[in-house]
Design a protein around this ligand. Sequence first.
Ligand code: ZN
Length: 293
Amino acid sequence: MSSPRVETISVGDWQVVAIEERRFGMDGGSMFGVVPRLLWSRKITPDEENRVPMRANIFLVRTGDANVLLDTGLGNCLAPMDRKIYAPTGESTLEDSLAALGLSVDEITHVILTHLHTDHSNGVFSGNPDRPDLRFPRAQHFVQSDEWDDAMHPDERSAPVYHIERFTRLMDSGRLTLLQGDQQVMHGISVAKTGGHTRGHQGVRVTSAGDRFFYYADIVPTRFHLKGPWVSALDLYPVDTMKAKRALLSECCDTDTVLGLCHDTEVMMARIVRHEKWMDAVPVDSVPVPVVR
Ligand SMILES: [Zn+2]
């Protein structure tokens, strides 16, 4: 398999690194919700099982003092059921990507999780899925309190993508901070609660020396999700997703903000450009980092 993509950009005085954590597949119908297959399959070709290729792209903010990871991808701590749901290919390559940046898992200081679905949060763990270790043992982890509550009390629909036993391990470690709505995590990095995809889904806003980078995860997972109604069928509150997306994309356009895309196979970081009737995600110029595997 080819090496994972790792790309850096400068955001003010800081660096933001986009890291392809893992490749997986998702049912095309799930990914595009009410949009007919006839329309979405013109943009992204499904395989014989109707799965479309996805990436778990995660982001690392390097401030000089802190190494802040935004989501963690699927990781390697997967049970057979997780593999069935996400159809991952290969293994998680995050350690290799960090090594290419001269970092180890011990040097991650903060982990901000947009929500607790397996494809965003399971990379928090390593080892045996039944008795996992923390993959970033020195990091403080940040989650919205509502997201935590919902993950701890899943229903029939959410249970397959929330792992109570694993998250209990995180809670017991004392390395978890629950956030209440919009909050600052550190100077220049804050979260904005969006709801939509899940009730406690949050976006991350990074500002340094007047430059901005936003990561709103499943509010705009790929460049194909820019249009209002192109919302994943997995979203629990699709109308809230549309509302959050509208505000986010306008703000990105108006303020020249770079947006990170969590599941796009080609574009990891983009500027949003407004045309008369539609919006476009234009890839930013980034510096590729070669990863040795
Ligand atoms: Zn996702």
